[in-house]
Write a protein that binds this ligand. Structure first.
Ligand code: ADP
Length: 160
């Protein structure tokens, strides 16, 4: 059985992430989405909230699980016995960062391979950070995230 991990911050999970994980779920027998606990990004949701939002978003995909992890993504992959790490690539935003990360990960864990799936056209310009900015300013985000994520974001924004 080929297991793959899909690590990320997922603050919060977007339709762009879900597009990647849905496509990856057709390629691998088991996918574990890894929600990174201690991102140095400015986080809006707690780890528990990010995990709960992602779990609900992938509940219809029987071979996808969601777990949180701390430390190196390659150690998380080893712990889950994954041979592959999935990442999503948007046209301009991601290539250099992902390439650098893939080279470092190859050094740290030569047995693990990175698989980058190209973001679908409609999500090329969708990022969690832009989404949060738009939500904070009262913009309509309903096409960009599942309904429960949009609702969670609206609740957060009201408290901010
Ligand atoms: P990270 O902090 O690891 O970049 P993110 O939650 O921002 O975590 O993203 C996780 C993964 O999903 C990364 O590989 C990122 O490039 C990818 N990703 C983010 N947004 C999109 C999108 N709109 N379409 C496809 N992939 C995406």
């Amino acid at each position: 059985m080929t297991i793959a991990v899909y690590p990320g911050t997922f603050d919060p999970v977007t339709n762009g992430h879900l597009d990647i994980v849905t496509r990856a779920a057709k390629l691998f027998e088991r996918i574990i989405m890894g929600v990174y606990e201690k991102s140095n990004k400015h986080l809006v949701f707690t780890t528990e909230e990010r995990v709960a939002l992602a779990k609900k978003a992938v509940a219809h995909l029987p071979n996808v699980e969601v777990k949180s992890f701390g430390g190196l993504a390659v150690d998380f992959a080893r712990q889950e016995k994954a041979k592959v790490m999935i990442r999503g690539l948007r046209m301009n935003a991601d290539f250099e960062k992902e390439f650098e990360m893939a080279m470092m990960n190859r050094k740290l864990a030569p047995e693990l391979d990175m698989l980058c799936l190209m973001a679908s056209q409609e999500y090329q310009f969708l990022s969690s950070s832009l989404l949060k900015e738009v939500a904070c300013l009262g913009g309509d985000i309903s096409d960009l995230v599942p309904e429960h994520v949009a609702e969670a974001l609206r609740r957060k924004v009201r408290k901010m």
